[in-house]
Design a protein around this ligand. Structure first.
Ligand code: NAD
Length: 432
């Protein structure tokens, strides 16, 4: 890779991009200058050091972050990411996107985000638990059910949320379930939370297709990222009659032009092998030997985005759609399930190609919608059925998608700009 120019660096820096997105939408509606400045500068930035003694006796020091971006609409709310690329600018951008997303989906939360710069895979479970608990002790004074409520994100899960509840409850001397969402079901979690982000994306996509006058049945889909979001999205899309032709994770992918039949078997195979590549399943036998019979091909993780399909779904990390590959994207619809997957330059290229982008702050807001339902159930000591949760989620996703379309028509702008305008209008209303 050659040396990056300043404009490329800016374009690929998620925080710079987030600020730029804010400016475009703020200009369009002549946002109050004081509010603009508040949103341009996070309320509070926390960086902590996390020295961990490994089971082999080595001392390793990790960095942990929590950015509380804005709480005009309610407690700061957003996930925790454990990944080697986590840094302050990434966390700032993700926290800003949470403020916007929570306003778009209309839950009474502000935005926050956090993370630890760590590759959790080589850690033992005990080490991961110690690191998580240490992080909680360092940030306990600034989080809480009415202050700041973390949740899972990349490489974090219900088990980790359970450790957070336990450690936080010890510190405050009282079982406090509502301090995080995305918890295990037997420890205050909500039915439907695990599936929520993927299912929410499906609701938003179906609504969009209705608006565009397109029939979803038989539309082909390629998905990048086969984690919590990608797995459920694939399953729910298939139920609705979409054909999932390609999937990928960080180590590679599979492409079967006639459709990947059994996503459950592929998921099982990935769990057993630790990677998706080679998971060509016929009944419960999943291996490369089946590839020919299925008419499939192994492909690189990134290639998934440029296949000849109707819909492409980035469901992994930021900056997967760039000016380098946007030109080669053949899909006419992009469902952004990851946060910040499209760089500004790529956005412009895709706009010129007339590609409809369902923006991240709308497409993946189903996760935080059900996080709100979980928090609400904890506070009111209620337990909702999965059907109730999904029904409420559907209403929220459809309503927000409708609103975004309405604004995009009114301001003659992209769905992304419309989603930001909707968020800013809602924040303005609460800013007394
Ligand atoms: P996860 O850790 O469960 O899965 C991430 C997946 O992405 C893994 O399969 C990983 O192998 C894959 N991946 C990483 N780098 C890749 C690459 N270069 N190419 C292809 N695949 C790659 O995480 P998740 O919870 O599924 O989150 C995925 C995205 O969705 C993130 O951007 C996250 O911020 C966003 N998101 C998640 C939620 C949620 O509820 N979990 C809610 C909203 C948004």
């Amino acid at each position: 890779m050659g040396k990056k120019t300043t404009s490329e660096k800016t374009n690929n820096n998620p925080w710079e991009r987030a600020k730029n997105q804010l400016k475009i939408a703020a200009d369009k509606i002549s946002l109050n200058e004081m509010l603009y400045q508040q949103l341009l500068n996070p309320d509070r930035i926390i960086e902590v050091s996390l020295p961990l003694k490994t089971q082999k006796g080595e001392i390793k020091v990790f960095s942990g972050y929590r950015v509380q971006h804005n709480n005009i609409r309610g407690p700061y709310k957003g996930g925790l990411r454990f990944h080697p690329n986590v840094d302050m600018d990434e966390v700032k951008a993700l926290s800003f996107w949470m403020t916007m997303k929570n306003a778009v989906i209309d839950v009474p939360f502000g935005g926050g985000k956090g993370g630890i710069t760590v590759d959790p895979k080589p850690l033992t479970e005990k080490e991961l638990e110690s690191l998580t608990r240490l992080f909680v002790r360092k940030i306990a004074s600034v989080i809480g059910p009415n202050t700041d409520v973390p949740a899972p994100d990349v490489n974090t899960n219900p088990k980790i949320m359970g450790w957070i509840v336990d450690e936080y409850s010890k510190i405050v001397g009282k079982k406090t379930l509502a301090v995080v969402t995305g918890k295990p079901l037997d420890n205050g979690g909500s039915l439907g939370r695990t599936e929520a982000t993927g299912l929410g994306g499906v609701y938003s996509l179906l609504n969009t297709l209705k608006k565009l006058g397109k029939n979803p049945k038989g539309m082909t889909v390629a998905i990048q990222g086969f984690g919590n979001v990608g797995i459920f999205l694939a399953k729910f899309l298939q139920k609705e009659g979409f054909i999932i032709v390609a999937l990928s994770d960080s180590k590679g992918g599979l492409y079967i032009p006639n459709g990947i039949k059994d996503i459950d078997e592929v998921e099982k195979c990935k769990k057993e092998k630790g990677l998706l590549a080679g998971c060509y399943c016929i009944d419960s036998v999943c291996d490369l030997k089946n590839m020919k019979n299925l008419g499939g091909k192994s492909i690189d993780s990134e290639k998934v985005l440029t296949l000849p399909v109707d819909i492409v779904v980035p469901a992994a990390l930021e900056n997967s759609i760039t000016k380098e590959n946007a030109i080669d994207i053949k899909a006419k619809i992009i469902l952004e399930m990851a946060n910040g997957p499209t760089t500004s330059e790529a956005d412009e290229i895709l706009r010129k190609k007339n590609v409809t982008i369902i923006p991240d702050i709308l497409a993946n807001s189903g996760g935080v919608a059900v996080s709100y339902f979980e928090w609400y159930q904890n506070i009111h000591n209620e337990k909702w059925t999965k059907e109730e949760v999904f029904k409420k989620l559907k209403v929220k996703m459809e309503k927000s998608t409708e609103e975004v379309f309405k604004i995009s028509k009114k301001y003659k702008c992209s769905l992304r700009e419309a989603a930001y305008i909707l968020a800013l209008q809602r924040i303005t209303k609460e800013n007394k």
